[in-house]
Write a protein that binds this ligand. Structure first.
Ligand code: PMP
Length: 367
């Protein structure tokens, strides 16, 4: 008999765990509105930099601490370099935050529903979640911080704008959590670039005032670079140093990502134009869905969460499947509180029109 046949090698606590399953990857010609990417291409300056990547950059190890990219991020936010860490996507920053600030067995505060990766990481790290269900209008219960403190949480992850609702916790709510929570508050701002500028939501100043705040920013959404896996954390140097010096992988950002990321941040004017267009499309898509009878949450992100009209012959899951039959991909979550909703990324104008046309067909079929 072959030694070890039939034996499981993974650690016991992983054996019954379900991993995070990202949205399906359809063909290039499909309308892909299921993983909240930017519908517009990266800056032409980024594409030019890609064409100029040297052989040497590929031959040698990259800068282990991504100084050039971090410098661009530090300049952008007017903070010193030691307040920035570059990570392999926002997901790596989340993992680093757990391994750096949370002892196994201690709690991690989150709100529910939320980004599925949080619970997967908590399971791997054997640090239980302390979940606070959001209220029906997606606001944070006033007791949330007390619960997290009482549960002994060492880390709270607050997604703002929240995913999957897209709603924004107001600045003063975030500040109150930072002031009253005894551990590290990671504000996952993956979608912050799509907040209406008129709301003047900007937490970078907060991060200078509260030494327990760590901001997560990603280039996947706002800068159309989901394919290169690049994000950064911003916080006081005491929070950043242990991740930068001890817990990150030795060369966590590849040479191409470092170069392109820097160019992308420096061409903020291009990114801002894309954000404006996404905001315009978000308004159009929201009113188009509402005209069809959908209930749409007030989103400040590059996606909307929408419940199908009462008269619709198909529920949300069926709609997701029927859209997929027409090569349009949206997201449905197998979680009780999200069952009657579809999460739809904001696409280009043509994509949003195609989606609305298909939904008009599908929801009015039997009415
Ligand atoms: N946080 C949230 C809420 C997200 O939705 C995502 C991406 N799906 C991330 C973080 C991580 O994004 P990335 O790893 O692409 O930077």
């Amino acid at each position: 008999m072959t030694a070890g046949r039939g034996r499981r090698y993974e650690r016991m606590h992983l054996s019954d765990m379900k991993g995070y399953t990202p949205g399906t990857q359809p063909g290039a010609a499909s309308i892909k509105l299921n993983t909240n990417e930017n519908p517009f291409p990266p800056s032409p300056k980024v594409m030019a930099a890609l064409a100029n990547v040297s052989a040497r950059a590929l031959q040698r190890y990259p800068d282990p601490i991504a100084s050039g990219f971090r410098e661009a991020a530090a300049n952008l936010h007017h903070v010193p370099l030691d307040q920035i860490i570059a990570t392999n996507g926002g997901d790596e920053l989340l993992r680093l935050a757990l391994t750096t600030y949370v002892d196994p067995g201690r709690a991690i505060g989150v709100v529910t529903p939320g980004y599925g990766v949080y619970s997967v990481l908590s399971h791997i790290h054997q640090a239980p979640l302390s979940p606070v269900p959001l209220q029906e209008d997606w606001t944070l219960p006033s007791s949330a911080t007390d619960q997290w403190n009482d549960d002994g949480a060492q880390l709270v992850i607050l997604t703002n704008p929240h995913a999957p609702s897209g709603t924004l916790f107001p600045f003063d709510v975030v500040e109150r959590v930072a002031a009253n929570f005894s551990g590290v508050l990671l504000i996952d701002e993956a979608y912050v670039d799509f907040v209406e500028p008129a709301l003047r939501y900007d937490t970078t100043a907060l991060a200078s005032r509260y030494p327990n705040i760590l901001l997560l920013r990603t280039l996947s959404k706002g800068y159309s670079l989901a394919g290169i896996r690049l994000a950064y954390g911003l916080g006081c140097s005491k929070l950043i140093a242990p991740m930068l010096e001890k817990t990150k992988d030795s060369y966590n950002i590849d040479a191409i990502a470092q170069q392109l990321g820097r160019v992308a941040l420096e061409d903020r004017a291009y990114a801002c134009l894309c954000w404006q267009q996404v905001l315009q499309e978000r308004r159009r898509l929201t009113s188009g869905l509402e005209e069809l009878g959908f209930k749409v949450e007030r989103s400040q992100a590059n996606f909307v969460l929408a419940s199908p009209p009462r008269h619709s012959p198909s529920n949300a899951r069926e709609l997701k499947d029927k859209l997929q039959d027409r090569d349009i991909y949206t997201r449905w979550f197998d979680e009780q509180e999200l069952h009657d909703r579809l999460r739809i990324s904001i696409g280009t104008s043509d994509e949003n029109i195609a989606l609305l046309t298909a939904l008009r067909d599908l929801t009015c079929a039997a009415s």
